[in-house]
Design a protein around this ligand. Structure first.
Ligand code: 2AM
Length: 702
């Protein structure tokens, strides 16, 4: 076999580990940043509590072939989230494809690798690893463990974590600890704790000969970024204005791409409030321009939106940490740090970082309080308060989780505790900004099911979102970050033209947003929304003749508006279209019949071409007894059965996955029993066959 070798040092895992003297490498597969954050927190714990030296690697930024070069006395930890129906995340996809698809993948030429010099070789089994190399087991040098983040209500629960683990084992890698299958449907933090107790001892045991107990630097915390304040006049406004949510790169026209790390700044062109003014919920329709179609999508895909934080939380942190929002700063990676805090650009301002890069509203988890906040506390009252949060689960729940206490509010709480006990100001709790950038996760994109049709309008994408706000305690309201930002864009569009160009402060609910830095659309000074498209498996059948039955109450209507528009568009252009059936439900016909006139029109068109194209609605709160979409399905069981069973139609559900989708599936089974004259077992089997076929698709959220 040809010997494989790599030249690119930065993509070589073993070389990067050596550079950092690391004995544990953590790989994360992360879509929205959760798995990335877990990896980061785990790395911190391994450093601070076990003297390990860790390195976190984004699989997208490393060559999988170099897994075989990891030192046999070191450990790799995979923290892998599942996305969609149980698919790998975008940043894991290239590795996943090569792992599952290729036999001859791993490097077998180790000549470019020197034996490690940082620790005395303990015995003969130390490097060079080609000594070990075994053609049949190319990963026999690798020792690893895995924690997956998934949701058991999805068909393929934690599939990436399971598949990667199985494949690495089959390639000769040694698995230690247990396979952690975190379940978001129950309590993923708890699963993580259990997995750590079961696996970390084996990890530490494996690397113990490489831990230098005398090395006091290994557990010494160094911030991931070196942040310096710059002279205001030396920095061009242009640089500060950049808002790229993630690492690296110049966007040039030759290699133009749009993905999670390279959002497209889309112009919002049109928006509409879909609910009545007196409706307790606001549901917004927002259209975004994709311009010349350089950003492509398919009906049924998802759009990721990068939100901006609202001002009250931004100002709170600026005030507590005594920072000037307009102060230009440089952010450079700290070569001495084991922290993982990649930053997309080297110049910004305190204000821009807080508005666009950091998640400043998600509560700080207990382990971060322990590893980052506690060491910063200089006063007795602060230490006592933080220690109590760490030790007393109930106290933490009360003070932090149940009221969704933001990081700024927590810092304020600490400072208030100090004030009550007259702590002198020089001992007062504060956080250097560089540490704050380690503490807080990055602000992740939020996904929405696209509610437009790419066939009808390939250069325009639309979102249908309910503006999230809820009360957590007496008078304390919490606001969804992205949906309130969308509402703010809606309000900005509704305002006068002049404001759109000149102002950069906009409002939604009681919230104010400063969107100056997102006025970045090419050379113009217009508001732009950073987005990218995520492919889904939720698509119309390729033939327009195939019957489709769609169930989408609430904002679950989103992809189906796209589906229905697409089919009506085809029908208008003289294409024959098969039965198109939609079950839509909401609370009140007069208040939240989303896209009412539009849907009635579209179904008139569809119905004219096919008598079986129908819209069914269920308004739950228009009468004393709840009427839901599944009740309407049961009322029309013969019709549905004929389309699905006899005519081999496709079935789709979109919306709430906690209860609604389960109830709809139960109704489907009931229909099979009634109309197909099946017994319980036969109906279950029919349903499971349908679910495993391409004729069934879900796009649900929790
Ligand atoms: P409700 O809030 O009045 O109970 C969109 O949210 C619509 O879905 C609302 O009409 C809501 O009704 C309804 N809904 C709530 N739970 C449901 C369930 N389990 N199955 C179907 N629809 C449900």
């Amino acid at each position: 076999a040809a010997k494989k070798s790599v030249s690119n040092e930065q993509r070589d895992i073993a070389k990067q580990m050596k550079l950092k003297n690391a004995n544990i490498v953590l790989f994360y597969g992360s879509q929205t940043g959760t798995a990335e954050d877990y990896a980061k927190r785990l790395a911190r714990e391994l450093q601070q509590e076990y003297n390990a030296r860790t390195l976190i690697i984004d699989p997208e930024k490393a060559d999988i072939e170099t897994l075989s070069k990891i030192h046999p006395k070191h450990v790799a930890i995979f923290v892998l989230a599942a996305t969609g129906e149980g698919e790998p995340t975008d940043n894991l996809a290239p590795w996943y494809d090569s792992l599952i698809g290729s036999d001859d993948l791993f490097i077998t030429d180790f000549s470019d690798l020197e034996p490690p010099s940082f620790h005395e070789p303990v015995d003969d089994s130390d490097f060079p690893p080609d000594f070990f190399f075994d053609e049949m087991n190319p990963l026999s040098n690798l020792t690893f463990t895995t924690f997956g983040l998934g949701n058991s209500t999805y068909e393929h629960f934690n599939s990436p974590a399971k598949q990667v683990t199985r494949r690495l084992k089959s390639l000769g890698a040694r698995f230690i600890g247990t396979l952690g299958l975190g379940d978001d449907d129950i309590d993923i933090d708890d699963d993580f704790e259990k997995w750590k107790s079961a696996s970390i001892p084996s990890v530490i045991d494996h690397i113990k000969s490489t831990i230098d107990a005398t090395d006091s630097t290994s557990n010494m915390y160094e911030p991931g970024l070196i942040i310096k304040e710059l002279d205001r006049d030396s920095v061009s406004d242009k640089l500060i204005g950049c808002v790229r949510p993630s690492v690296d790169d110049k966007q040039d026209d030759v290699q133009f791409k749009v993905d999670v790390k390279h959002p497209w700044y889309s112009l919002p062109t049109h928006s509409k409030l879909l609910t009545a003014e007196d409706c307790e919920r606001r549901i917004i329709h927002l259209e975004l321009d994709l311009e010349d179609g350089r950003v492509a999508y398919q009906t049924g895909d998802h759009v990721g939106v990068y939100p901006t934080n609202y001002e009250s939380q931004v100002r709170l942190l600026l005030n507590l940490l005594k920072l000037d929002e307009a102060q230009p700063i440089s952010l450079e990676p700290n070569p001495n740090s084991l922290e993982y805090s990649p930053f997309p650009q080297s110049v910004s301002t305190y204000g821009a970082v807080l508005r666009h890069y950091l998640d400043i509203t998600t509560p700080i988890p207990k382990d971060s309080i322990k590893h980052i906040l506690l060491p910063l506390a200089k006063s007795e009252p602060a230490r006592n308060f933080l220690q109590k949060l760490i030790d007393d689960k109930e106290f933490y729940n009360e003070e932090v989780s149940s009221c969704v206490l933001s990081p700024g509010e927590l810092i304020q709480r600490i400072q208030n505790t100090e004030k009550l006990e007259s702590v002198p100001s020089d001992l007062q709790f504060s956080i250097p900004f560089s540490i704050l950038t380690d503490l807080l996760p990055r602000l992740a994109a939020r996904f929405y099911s696209i509610s437009s049709s790419s066939t009808e309008s390939s250069t325009k994408v639309s979102i249908t979102a309910v503006v999230l706000r809820y009360e957590v305690a007496d008078g304390i309201t919490r606001y969804g970050i992205a949906t309130n930002y969308i509402d703010c864009i809606h309000n900005a569009l509704a305002g006068p033209e002049s404001e759109k160009l000149e102002s950069h402060t906009f409002t939604s609910n009681n919230l104010t947003y400063n969107l100056k830095n997102t006025k970045k659309h090419h050379s113009s000074n217009q508001l732009a929304v950073p987005i990218y498209i995520r492919k889904s498996n939720f698509h119309l059948p390729s033939s327009p003749l195939v019957p489709v039955v769609m169930v989408g109450p609430g904002t679950g209507i989103a992809p189906f508006r796209g589906f229905v528009r697409e089919r009506a568009h085809l029908a208008k252009n003289n294409t024959q279209v098969g039965p198109t059936v939609l079950f839509f439900g909401n609370r009140n016909k007069d208040k939240d019949f989303l896209y009412k006139d539009e849907l009635l029109d579209l179904f008139e068109t569809l119905g004219a071409g096919n008598e079986n194209s129908k819209l069914f609605t269920a308004f739950s709160r228009d009468q004393p007894k709840k009427v839901y979409v599944q009740h309407k399905m049961l009322e029309n069981s013969g019709f549905i059965w004929d389309l699905l069973y006899n005519k081999k139609g496709h079935f789709y559900i979109c919306g709430d996955g906690k209860q609604m989708s389960k109830d709809v599936v139960a109704a489907l089974k009931e229909i099979a029993m009634k109309e197909g004259k099946m017994d319980d077992l036969e109906a279950t089997e029919w349903l499971s066959n349908l679910k495993n076929s391409t004729r069934y698709a879900e796009d649900v959220w929790y």
